[in-house]
Design a protein around this ligand. Structure first.
Ligand code: SF4
Length: 308
């Protein structure tokens, strides 16, 4: 056990099992400001890729954790923002592959796949999970609210080119938001686009955690079912309730490290603390509610804790 800055969890992933998170990106550095983002709104949309920290620093932490042989299904580069904005992503993927035989996955909004360098770097991963939430320019602007320089045409073309070259598993993820991209017309447009891509799986997601915009609503079960059938996708509509863990010794610091990247509801925190043998859950909840770095949001009958 130790203190970790860049790695977190493992967290249970609805798609992949127990995943050790690696976050090379400072909080909410992104080129989108998706209406459903569980990390809140993007204050400043980032344009350039940056070397936020040396890849060696992240790899040293990962090495330290992996040496403990904790149970794990894969390592996922994900986190507080868009991972492809990290300019040493290629070195990070290569370095992680040298540290573990577990698959290395990257969760990305896919916006920079039109850049050849980004595509080259991602070719080193085992699983890449890009988003495809929009089917045209208008919906792209409404749901992802991208940096003004990004166009849907360019982003989709980048995804298509990558899908033709990538030899690993390409799992697309579409977040369906009621009234924005879940209607019959939208689904028909998605179908046309999907036929142009070479991918292995399509996950259909719905907003389960507090979204950046309070008006965001989940699709009805009927429209989700329609999407699953028409697009031949898999629905991710089960909330996670357990399975979180952390290599950080202090209970409060461990919760804080996870919720910075992955908000948790009160039940998830409680079962996480109980599993670790925390002697006083109430004390941790008290600290969370008094911390200026934690936002508590009531959503769908739960209290959700999010690091800010
Ligand atoms: S959901 Fe992902 S891509 Fe969208 S704003 Fe949040 S971090 Fe960026």
């Amino acid at each position: 056990m130790g203190d970790y800055r860049y790695i977190f969890g493992p967290v249970p992933s609805r798609r992949m099992g127990l995943s050790l998170g690696v976050s090379p990106i400072p909080q909410k550095h992104c080129n989108y400001s998706c209406v459903y983002c569980q990390l809140g709104r993007t204050k400043t949309k980032r344009r350039r890729r940056e070397a936020y920290c040396p890849a060696e620093e992240i790899l040293a932490e990962a090495n330290n954790y992996l040496a403990g042989n904790h149970p794990l299904d894969l390592v996922t580069i994900v986190g507080e923002g868009e991972p492809t904005l990290y300019s040493h992503l290629g070195a990070l993927i290569k370095g992680l592959k040298n540290l573990t035989v577990k698959p290395i996955a990257v969760i990305t909004n896919g916006s920079l796949l039109f850049e050849e360098t980004v595509r080259e770097e991602l070719l080193g991963a085992d699983i890449v999970l890009p988003s495809l939430d929009a089917h045209d320019e208008d919906i792209f602007k409404k749901i992802n609210r991208p940096l003004s320089q990004l166009s849907f045409k360019q982003v989709f073309q980048g995804l298509k080119t990558f899908s033709e070259r990538f030899k690993g598993q390409l799992w697309l993820e579409t977040m369906l938001v009621r009234g924005l991209n879940d209607g019959d017309e939208s689904l028909a447009k998605f179908k046309i686009l999907l036929d142009k891509l070479n991918y292995d799986r399509l996950y259909l997601n719905i907003p389960l955690r507090p979204p950046a915009e309070p008006w965001v609503e989940t699709p009805t079960p009927k429209s989700l079912e329609k999407a699953v059938t028409l697009l031949n996708g898999m629905a991710i509509d089960q909330a996670i309730t357990g399975g979180f863990s952390s290599g950080i010794e202090d209970d409060f610091a461990a919760v804080a490290s996870i919720i910075k990247r992955h908000p948790m509801n009160q039940h998830e925190i409680k079962s996480f603390l109980d599993k670790r043998g925390c002697p006083d859950d109430n004390d941790i909840f008290r600290k969370l509610s008094h911390s200026s770095k934690v936002q508590i949001i009531s959503y769908k009958g739960y209290k959700t804790y999010r690091g800010i």
